[in-house]
Design a protein around this ligand. Structure first.
Ligand code: UGA
Length: 436
């Protein structure tokens, strides 16, 4: 079976690579010629563990192709995935410009029956829009097609595993034959499938991301209460998470959620609800709690250090989460801006995201390792919980710092262990000892 994936961002590239690994012939298309050139030279436009190997294996075996000729890729394929970006518009609603443009190109190259799959994150009703555009623009009205919603649930940094072993595969189709085409396509993965109507599938994507964001904001609100009450959010999260109805996942308190998805998708879901006539007050609060979290942390740093004027702060971790070089909506920039505004001098380090950070924020003093960042520092601020920070040499850090103080925005350390190494340690929602 020949497939075409339009858009070589996180979702499109990983989807294309994994399908080719399953033995399908996959044509990945993008209007961005420089990205396609990179991929044709074996270079990855994003950092994603394991991706390069999968791409290399399948391009060498002649199953995975990259091209800017979108029309040609469409006409060679039975199934066409739309995996282009849907950035937020001014009102929070997704900008569907790229999706609509692709729908038109599909129509102009509809040389045989095709299943057109919306993999881009798109608000409910978009499959109908795509369908109408194809009907209006198709070259031959006799050639039929179906539009299916097949939302993506992969996480950056875990994208290959999530695509190969998803918790579920959601297929929203308006007829059984189109649904079966996707069921057949995904069958080799042997994962649970939810076959449903198109609109329900579209809502599942936003409801999933919004629920995960809600869990995080909920535990962050509990963390703030724990600080005031002298309790430990880590223990509280364990205590509530072991209730199988609640679950332990996504209950790590910290600086809040970032990344390219949660912020965009919660805003779009709120805007969608509003368009439909529902005030999604719960989700609005979830967003508010998230946006307040960095300021609470900076306030704590400012108060513990008795002002930040002239203080040297080492910021460790810039990516929005570990195992990615993605800075989008990360807390690092916000935290660094707030610390600088209070007079602090910042030195920053990230294991992978430094190149992207340098391009986006050239004014920051970037360091080659955590020790250089911490030299003469009044405190370390951990923004991203990279694994390599777990193995820091604390004796070396202590010797190089002006004062051994750590503010851990991701609760990655056992407070007793760090304190036993002679550090003053502050984190999120574990106030009992923070106040000593
Ligand atoms: C998220 C979803 O998890 C995926 O299922 C979805 O496919 C994807 O969005 C998308 O819509 O494309 P992602 O943004 O890659 O994936 O990252 P997550 O691992 O979900 O983390 C999001 C943010 O939440 C990060 O900033 C992370 O640090 C934060 N987080 C996560 C917490 O603060 N606490 C937690 O307990 C878990």
């Amino acid at each position: 079976m020949n497939l075409c994936v339009i858009g070589t961002g996180y979702v499109g590239l990983v989807t294309g690579a994994v399908f080719s690994d399953l033995g399908y012939t996959v044509y990945c298309a993008d209007t961005d010629g420089s990205k396609i050139d990179m991929l044709n030279c074996g270079k990855m436009p994003i950092y994603e563990p394991g991706l390069e190997e999968v791409v290399e294996r399948n391009t060498q075996d002649g199953r995975l192709f990259f091209s800017t000729d979108i029309g040609d890729c469409i006409s060679r394929s039975e199934i066409v995935f739309i995996a282009v970006g849907t950035p937020p518009g001014a009102d929070g609603y997704a900008d569907l410009g790229a999706v609509k443009a692709v729908a038109k190109t599909v129509a102009q190259n509809l040389n045989s029956y095709k299943v057109v799959v919306n993999k881009s994150t798109v608000p409910v009703g978009t499959a109908d829009i795509v369908r109408e555009i194809i009907i209006e623009n198709r070259v031959d009205p006799q050639v039929d097609f179906d539009v299916v919603s097949n939302p993506e649930f992969l996480r950056e940094g875990n994208a290959i595993t999530d695509t190969l072993k998803p918790d579920r595969i959601v297929i929203g189709a308006s007829c059984q034959s189109a649904a079966m085409k996707l069921v057949e396509l995904y069958a080799p993965l042997e994962r649970p499938m939810v076959v449903t109507d198109v609109r329900s599938a579209e809502v599942i994507k936003y409801a999933s991301n919004s629920f995960l964001a809600t869990k995080i904001s909920f535990i962050n609100a509990i963390a703030n209460i724990c600080e005031l009450a002298g309790a430990d959010v880590h223990k509280v999260a364990k205590g509530i998470g072991l209730d199988a109805r609640i679950g332990t996942a996504f209950l790590n308190a910290g600086l809040g959620w970032g990344g390219s998805c949660f912020g965009k998708d919660t805003a779009c879901f709120i805007a969608t609800a509003e368009k439909l006539g529902y005030d999604f007050a719960l989700l609005k609060s979830v967003v508010d709690i998230n946006s307040q979290q960095p300021a609470f942390f900076v306030k704590k740093i400012n108060s513990v250090l008795r002002g930040l004027e002239g203080k040297k702060i080492a910021v460790l971790g810039l990516a929005f989460k570990p195992n990615t070089d993605d800075l989008r909506d990360g807390k690092s920039i916000e935290i660094m801006a707030q610390l600088s505004a209070l007079g602090a001098e910042i030195r920053a380090y990230d294991p992978i995201a430094m190149d992207n950070a340098r391009k986006a924020y050239p004014d920051v003093d970037y360091c080659v390792d955590p020790y250089q960042a911490a030299a003469n520092a009044d405190a370390i601020v951990i923004v991203t919980e990279w694994n390599e920070f777990k193995f820091l040499d604390f004796d070396r850090l202590k010797k190089t710092m002006r004062a051994p103080v750590i503010f851990d925005g991701r609760n990655m350390f056992d407070p007793d262990r760090i304190r036993s190494k002679g550090f003053e340690y502050h984190c999120v929602g574990r106030a009992a000892k923070d106040r000593e």
